[in-house]
Design a protein around this ligand. Sequence first.
Ligand SMILES: [Zn+2]
Length: 153
Amino acid sequence: MPDMATIGALLGSVKTATEIAKFIRESDVSIERAELKLKVADLISTLADVKMELVELQEAFAAKDERIRELEEAFQAKDSLVRRWDAYYIPDADGAPIGAPFCVRCWDIDHKQRRLVHDSKEYRIRVCIGCGHRYENRLAGDIAPPKMEEGEA
Ligand SMILES: [Zn+2]
């Protein structure tokens, strides 16, 4: 886990900074000015490392938050699609699949709802916009509503 390594490095840097600061505090007045300056420079350099390691951790946490958000969304939506043949669909009020198809691979593996679009060269093929998986259109086509709405004719 890279995050654990970063935390380990961060703790090491903080320990080094603390030791340098203690050395400066405990030095008696006879400490050479040049040596003192050197120690302060070490301290500043170590604090710069701490800052860099914190930025790395901040980025790692942000990425984890994003992934958690995606998984929570997927978890809440896990029963929201119904399968028919080679695709998933949003169910109508009675739970029957309707409308445009979603990729089976992306939903089952990545828990992401990704549309299937027509291949520009082969009309009988549907392609996932996410993973590029190809589907036979007759097994993954649009499903029209069973009847027209009243008052339309
Ligand atoms: Zn896909």
